[in-house]
Design a protein around this ligand. Structure first.
Ligand code: AMP
Ligand code: TRP
Length: 327
């Protein structure tokens, strides 16, 4: 029996190279080493208001991108198609102390930026825990910003297992899987901030579907520092981010990176980074243009059918553990 891998991505904004290097590239790489399930988490997206027409277009776009990256059509799941995500989230909500949720860094940042906070924003990590535990995932490949949420998932699983031990362990303990390079890609305009779909600045992120010239322009304008050339052992945040992007796209070793970039002028560094990004995205963009709506519908049908089977089994197990009626 293969171990199971599970991860998710929200269909908000457009996926960028941070999503790709932090998570999606890994998803594709390890998918056949595991029994894999990758979710488009539309129920997470609506924790903050989404324009309905835009949201449905973004779901299609993201599905196309995931298929273009090489995610198997049998592994792609649209979260809202499997009602057990929401059902398990409720059952887990009932074993989760509010204090655990209020401590989440992402919740604190998002709630500070909003006037009125929806309950969904606080519940968000419980829904994520439900995604993971529903499929009894062993491994969760994510970027660094999701590490705390996976830790919380383990805490919730542990608490559930110890509160309801009568039928043995209900949930598998999941482990976080971070990429060795690229777990936290920073904004090109501000290397102190993580690259994010919700940052408005035009020079902040590189979308996976951005054409070559805008990519080159954004990278040439990326914020660096006042030094003239790469100090490889102690680069500033901006230069370090560019080096990371290059290394993650080209899968160069540390030695190759040092030999290539030590002492290189920033202008030349940026040109090389831009070409590596353009070359890395080119095959994805080419496949994306060939993906049809029928292929997306087929993937959602196949993935959801397979997921429903596993999800139903887990929810039955959870209900039995809690003494709820299972028929
Ligand atoms: P999201 O767009 O928030 O749904 O994130 C999808 C995946 O991309 C998650 O695994 C995140 O950890 C990862 N991710 C998001 N932003 C970045 C970033 N700037 N650097 C690395 N990984 C990221
Ligand atoms: N919260 C994650 C993010 O914003 C997305 C997500 C939802 C997820 N469910 C998940 C990631 C389950 C891994 C596993 O990036």
């Amino acid at each position: 029996m293969k171990k199971r891998v599970l991860s998710g991505i929200q269909p908000t904004g457009s996926p960028h190279i941070g999503n790709y290097l932090g998570a999606l590239k890994n998803w594709a790489k390890i998918q056949y080493d595991y029994d894999s399930i990758y979710c488009i988490v539309d129920l997470h997206a609506v924790t903050t208001y989404q324009n309905p027409a835009e949201l449905s277009a973004k779901i299609q776009e993201l599905a196309g991108i995931l298929l273009a990256i090489g995610i198997d059509k049998n592994s792609l799941v649209l979260q809202s198609r499997v009602p057990e995500h929401a059902e398990l989230a409720w059952l887990l909500t009932c074993v989760t102390p509010v204090g655990w949720l209020e401590r989440m860094t992402q919740y604190k940042a998002k709630s500070e930026a909003q006037e009125s906070i929806g309950d969904g924003l606080l519940q968000y990590p419980v829904l994520m825990a439900a995604d993971i535990l529903l499929y009894q995932a062993d491994v969760v490949p994510v970027g660094d910003d999701q590490r705390q949420h996976v830790e919380l998932t383990r805490d919730i699983a542990q608490r559930f297992n110890s509160l309801y031990p009568e039928h043995g362990e209900t949930f598998t303990m999941p482990a976080t899987h971070l990429p060795t390079v690229g777990a936290r890609i920073m904004g090109l305009d501000d290397p102190e901030k993580k690259m994010s779909k919700s940052e408005p600045g035009a020079g902040h992120s590189i979308g996976l579907l951005d054409p070559p010239d805008p990519i080159r322009k954004k990278i040439m304008r990326a914020t660096t520092d006042s030094k003239p050339a790469v100090a490889f052992d102690d680069p500033g945040a901006g230069v370090r981010n560019l080096l990371t992007i290059y290394q993650a796209f080209t899968e160069s070793t540390n030695e190759e990176m040092r030999a290539r970039f030590s002492g290189m002028r920033y202008g030349d560094l940026k040109k090389q980074v831009a070409e590596a990004v353009v070359a890395g995205l080119e095959p994805i963009q080419k496949s994306y243009r060939e993906i049809t709506v029928e292929q997306i519908t087929e993937a959602f049908n196949l993935g959801s059918a397979r997921a429903e089977h596993i999800a139903h089994h887990t929810v039955e197990k959870v209900k039995r553990a809690m003494g709820l009626y299972t028929g």
